[in-house]
Design a protein around this ligand. Structure first.
Ligand code: PLP
Length: 408
């Protein structure tokens, strides 16, 4: 076309990137039973009754392969509780990834600690060389390791490094529920792990969270922190009563309990999570293959040791400047494709960058900033089909071409 006239867009995706799958029929039935019973509080049980929350804790522990599990109100609460239960005190430094989402620095701030950011690599994993340097500089004794968008770093190398330096690792597994590193489940490496069951994660109860650990004192402290009153013997995957001897007097009640309704709708989802994981990975692989067709797009390499859960996908456009990235967002939107860009100056929706977390000390992160400047992100809800994902990838490649050659 001559004179720089824009090519008319003829093809458009009409699915919704925020539409999650319907909950299983068993979840609806279980929810109705809880509603009929009127007993929604986790400790409101009949004699001998286990209750939905304790049952979820037992089932999650068995599936995760951890010694203990505690269900709470959100992933963010799981992180605050785990940080405190692991011994973080106000004023302590907690290392964390410079590339993560707002609940992570938020949890660190909520316990009165100071976040020290660690750079990421081009493949979106924690930069272990920078970690080494930051441990030496800050003398931090804690790392809140965020497996952001599911990109696990070399977990054996990381644990070796942190064990040697006396750094306690707490894993943020909001995006890695079900993922593995060398066959071992994400969450089973550090001292404690935090999961989210918020709508956009791997199980959906609207809001919700889980803490897992193998340490009886950490789970006892977490349980009291979650607001168990003194009813901790009604938990499904907790430690022995004597493990609460100190915690029951030392830990404040922060009222972050999960309720029976949410637990009831999570249990049937847990029962079919392996199928969900396979479905996400099929969508991921189709999308990734489609994106790889573009010469401009850099897909993210996944290490052989990692078994991922592809509930979202990331890609970079290393040749693009900020104006081109903005144009790509617009060109994708025209095609019905909802992309997020981590290089924007302002936080948008769920997406924000470390410069926007102004309640903490600003820290130069040149390597991370360079990666984020051209990093795009997209959800892959299970309501999409394989054909949808192939089409979306084609539309993204088309949008990239349009930005590359605006005058064609
Ligand atoms: C969603 C999320 C969490 C937990 O968030 P909640 O909304 O509080 O459940 C933690 N870390 C990351 C990286 C997340 O995306």
């Amino acid at each position: 076309m001559l004179n720089g006239a824009a090519t008319p867009v003829t093809r458009k995706f009409t699915g919704a990137f925020t539409q999650q799958a319907t909950l299983p029929a068993e979840a609806m039935q279980a929810a109705m039973s809880v509603l009929e019973s009127g007993r929604l509080h986790r400790y409101n049980l009949l004699p001998g009754e286990i209750g939905e929350v304790a049952a979820l804790e037992s089932e999650y522990r068995a599936w995760q392969g951890s010694a203990y599990c505690l269900a709470v109100t959100s992933g963010g609460q799981a992180m605050q509780i785990a940080l405190r239960a692991c011994g973080v005190q106000p004023g302590d430094v907690v290392l964390t990834n410079a590339f993560t989402l707002a609940p992570v620095p938020g949890a660190i701030a909520a316990v009165g600690a100071k976040a020290a950011l660690v750079e990421i690599t081009d493949e979106l994993r924690l930069d272990l060389d920078d970690l080494e340097q930051k441990i030496a500089e800050t003398k931090a004794r804690f790392l809140m390791l965020s497996h952001m968008r599911g990109h696990l770093c070399d977990m054996e190398a990381l644990m070796h490094q942190c064990d040697k330096a006396g750094v306690t690792v707490i894993e943020d597994c909001a995006h890695t529920m079900g993922a593995r590193w060398n066959g071992r489940r994400s969450g089973n490496f550090g001292k404690a792990a935090c999961f989210s069951t918020q709508t956009y994660k791997h199980m959906n109860s609207g809001e919700g969270g889980l803490v897992t650990t193998d340490d009886p004192e950490i789970i006892a402290r977490s349980t009291i922190l979650s607001g168990s009153y003194m009813l901790y013997e009604r938990h499904g995957a907790g430690p022995e009563p004597e493990d609460f001897d100190d915690a029951r007097y030392q830990m404040p009640n922060c009222s972050a309990r999960m309720d029976a309704l949410r637990a009831a709708i999570l249990r049937p989802q847990l029962a079919q999570i392996e199928e969900s994981i396979d479905a996400w990975n099929a969508l991921y692989s189709t999308t990734n293959q489609g994106l790889a067709a573009s010469n401009s797009i850099r897909t993210i390499a996944r290490p052989a040791a990692e078994s991922l859960v592809g509930s979202s996908i990331q890609f970079r456009l290393p040749g693009f400047g900020p104006a081109q990235c903005q144009s790509l967002l617009a060109a994708a939107t025209l095609r019905g494709v909802e992309l997020k860009w981590f290089g924007g100056a302002e936080p948008v929706g769920f997406t924000s960058a470390h410069q926007s977390w102004r309640y903490m000390e600003s820290q130069p992160m040149p390597r991370t900033d360079k990666v984020l400047a051209t990093l795009f992100d997209m959800r892959l809800p299970l309501t999409f089909s394989d054909a949808d994902c192939a089409f979306i990838a084609e539309l993204i490649c088309e949008a990239v071409d349009e930005v590359n050659q605006p005058h064609l």
